[in-house]
Ligand binder design. Structure first.
Ligand SMILES: Cc1cc2nc3c(=O)[nH]c(=O)nc-3n(C[C@H](O)[C@H](O)[C@H](O)COP(=O)(O)O)c2cc1C
Length: 410
């Protein structure tokens, strides 16, 4: 078992067992996990922010409100932490914070991130307190409510407590907590239908050469395709990302193939048709290319210039037309105007299983921006309207729909 590249969000509350957290972070880092720590104000009385940020190699977050209004990523950090996490661990969980979680309160980064955690991500709550506190009806009621509502509550151990008394309320040792986290992450991975599946995802624009120094292209940044690739790997899929020219780092665990033109992308895709279970065409491929590629640089000899364009191969339709059995073909339909009918038409014409329709407004959805508003239409005419989401979250929700489709097609 390993936690390599897993994102662990660690919420630390103001209980005496917080003294065990530096050791826990060391153990998680030794297992190559990424760790981000959220602390309550009370937690800072038991263990310092400096210690936890040094060990996790990340800043520690406490307050929802950003220190500066200029740091864009700070505005919505209370939401993005839950998106980032593969697992959310609250240790030690105090009686006070347990009550807040059960009541749905969210007045600090720890509680807000709990509320915004995706439902498919595991969360682990480690209550730790004096024995009488733990046995109190209110704590028991709140823990029971959390257990019934998707939380994994790990009961504390019995033994000597900080008060000097004996009882049930001791937080497990860091080694035990680390092992519990590994089990939770592995089990969650096994639940995904994408576990062990092979995905090919195209992303970014293509460039169609006019001469040796000029080309036809578009504004696609590749962000949506890269977000899908990263999210699919996290669900245990093997992902090949065929990327046009973009300036994005390769997500961990993704096999990336860089191409330039639509024809190159098509060749790379075709080689993988057979071995692939799901093909997602997120690239904004050029529909046409110059009929002739002129060697050198075209000279400025006249006031006008004509370039004859010829049709490029349709990479996505190429896949769906040959798919035989279980394979799924997923496409995007970006429209500057129009309605769902255009997307439905694309779904039918290209024999897709799912199409993601988005309108281009250049501000909240479309190329280059970090957010998207997608409407997903599947081949059974089910429509999923997603709200304005970060491209990472939109990718997660799209994969949820793909997994549903895989179940319904069985
Ligand atoms: C020395 C000391 C130790 C404490 N230990 C615990 C504890 O182990 N568990 C607990 O639930 N509360 C404990 N508390 C009480 C919490 O610190 C208090 O309820 C605080 O408001 C919790 O805030 P938080 O839930 O936002 O972290 C302790 C308080 C003190 C002064």
């Amino acid at each position: 078992m390993s936690l390599k590249d897993k994102n662990i969000l660690l919420g630390v509350c103001g209980g005496i067992a917080a003294y065990k957290i530096p050791t826990l972070i060391r153990l998680l880092k030794e297992r190559d996990a990424n760790v981000r720590v959220l602390m309550t104000q009370a937690a800072t009385r038991f263990v310092t922010e400096l210690t936890l940020s040094t060990l996790s190699q990340e800043p520690v977050w406490k307050d929802i409100f950003p220190d500066s209004v200029s740091a864009k990523e700070d505005w919505t950090r209370h939401i993005s932490m839950g998106e980032w996490a593969d697992v959310y661990v609250i240790a030690p969980a105090t009686a006070n914070t347990i009550a807040k979680l059960a009541a749905g309160m969210c007045d600090d980064m720890l509680t807000a991130s709990f509320i915004t955690l995706r439902p498919d991500k595991p969360n682990l709550i480690f209550p730790a307190m004096d024995g009488e506190m733990f046995a109190s009806p209110s704590v028991q009621r709140n823990l029971a409510w959390l257990s019934r509502n998707g939380c994994t509550v790990i009961n504390p151990e019995s033994g000597e407590l900080a008060s000097g008394k004996c009882g049930t309320g001791r937080m497990p040792e860091p080694e035990t907590i680390a092992a519990t986290i590994e089990t939770a992450v592995t089990e969650n991975l096994r639940r995904s239908k994408l576990q062990g599946k092979s995905l090919v995802i195209t992303a970014g624009p293509t460039r169609e050469k006019i001469d040796d120094v000029r080309f036809i292209s578009n504004y696609s940044s590749g962000k949506m395709g890269f977000a899908l690739a990263a999210a699919a790997v996290k669900r245990g899929a093997g992902v090949t990302l065929i990327a046009g020219p973009v300036h994005l780092p390769t997500p961990n665990g993704v096999d990336r193939i860089d191409v330039e033109s639509t024809e190159e992308m098509n060749r790379a895709a075709k080689e993988r048709y057979r071995s692939c279970d799901i093909f997602i065409g997120a690239a904004a491929v050029a529909d046409y290319r110059p009929a002739n590629h002129v060697a050198g640089k075209i000279k400025k000899n006249s006031n006008t210039m004509e370039i004859i364009l010829v049709r490029n191969p349709d990479v996505l339709a190429g896949f769906s037309k040959q798919k035989k059995t279980h394979q799924l073909a997923v496409g995007f339909s970006l429209e500057t105007a129009g309605n769902l009918d255009n997307a439905r038409e694309k779904l039918e014409q290209k024999e897709l299983d799912l199409v993601a329709y988005n309108t281009f407004d250049g501000i909240t959805s479309g190329f280059e921006v970090d957010t998207n508003i997608l409407t997903l239409i599947d081949k059974h005419s089910n429509v999923h309207e997603l709200p304005l989401l970060s491209k990472n979250e939109a990718a997660e929700q799209m994969l949820d729909v793909i997994e549903e489709l895989m179940s319904s097609d069985k």
